[in-house]
Design a binder for this molecule. Structure first.
Ligand code: MG
Length: 328
């Protein structure tokens, strides 16, 4: 039996998170797991209720009754990885492959010229933009950015569009501008025919829509990229899908707690080591989405890279043991 305890937290978004979520505090919980072999590990559980997850209280209650959601299963899997690293006295970020992240823009209307020049001088080469609140306005602004800057663009619709709005959105881009769109992520709910049609206008990436795909039946995937969120999905299964369907992988955080962010960084480095040709720049550096806390302050970053945490496993050794853990 694993002994579980949890620590509930809330994260304060700095602005709206695209079409995905309003600017309200978001609740999740850190989980402390102690196995019968005495190993102890930590991970994050960060539900996206907007995307169909049960809220954190329901997740914790279910766990206390021995019912484990898919989300919680990943939390425990990551906690075990942390526990193993801790028992071997290694830090997960030390000595691994360097993983470059894109720069995440959750509210395009607030992206000013000074932020743009800071992003550029920090060494980012790709902007990931959450779109879908005002597509026409956003398309014009992105078109302008393709002329003004050298960035590549990843545009995430979070399935909030439909085929005809997406088609209209894409017509705003001339050929040169369209070539700077690395991919469009979850443009609208998955439908093989409509996505195939959409794939003639832009390269597509699949994230949450992965759950709506009958993977066994796909002949030729209408998308070229798979977003892998170690906090939310079985990583080995996702990698298998990449190798089977010839997809590129992009590991991202779940816009979750810094504990989740570091876990994602470590998993990305492992994938890079084992499958160097399929891993693209990732989306791990999402710390700035929320106001700083005692965890984010302890992650050392350098431009688009997460460089270091202090301690074993995922680190945070001065903070984690001292939280007020609630046993289940
Ligand atoms: Mg996405």
């Amino acid at each position: 039996m694993i002994k579980f305890s949890h620590y509930k937290y809330s994260l304060d978004p700095v602005s709206v998170i695209g079409a995905l979520a309003p600017q309200v505090p978001r609740e999740g919980a850190l989980l402390r797991c102690e196995w019968p072999d005495q190993k102890v590990g930590y991970a994050d559980c960060f539900p996206w209720v907007e995307m169909g997850d049960a809220d954190i209280d329901t997740q914790i209650y279910a766990l206390s009754r021995g019912k484990i959601s898919l989300l919680m299963e990943q939390t425990i899997w990551l906690a075990r990885k942390d526990a193993l690293m801790r028992s071997m006295h290694v830090n997960g970020l030390t000595g691994g492959a360097k993983i470059k992240s894109h720069y995440l823009v959750t509210d395009l209307s607030k992206l000013g010229d000074s932020e743009l020049s800071n992003i550029k001088s920090a060494g980012f080469s790709t902007l990931k933009i959450k779109v879908g609140r005002n597509l026409e306005e956003e398309a014009r602004q992105i078109l302008r950015l393709t002329k003004l800057t050298q960035f590549m663009f990843r545009l995430d619709f979070n399935s909030k569009s439909d085929f005809s709005s997406f088609e209209r959105f894409m017509t705003i881009f001339d050929k040169a501008a369209a070539s700077r769109i690395e991919f469009v992520e979850d443009p609208f709910p998955y439908d093989e025919a409509a996505w195939t049609e959409a794939s003639r206008m832009a390269r597509l990436a699949v994230d949450f829509e992965s759950e709506n795909i009958d993977w066994a039946k796909i002949q030729k995937a209408p998308f070229e990229y798979l977003i892998i969120k170690p906090a939310r999905q079985d990583v080995d299964k996702a990698i298998h899908r990449c190798t089977t369907h010839n997809l590129k992988a992009v590991v991202t955080s779940s816009l979750d707690h810094p504990v989740g962010v570091v876990h994602a960084a470590i998993v990305a480095a492992e994938i890079k080591k084992n499958y160097p040709s399929i891993l693209m720049d990732c989306g791990i550096l999402s710390l700035k989405v929320y106001r700083p806390n005692e965890f984010s302050n302890k992650i050392v970053t350098q431009g688009p890279y997460i460089v270091q945490t202090h301690g074993y496993g995922i680190g945070f050794d001065q903070v984690l043991p001292n939280l007020e853990w609630q046993p289940l």
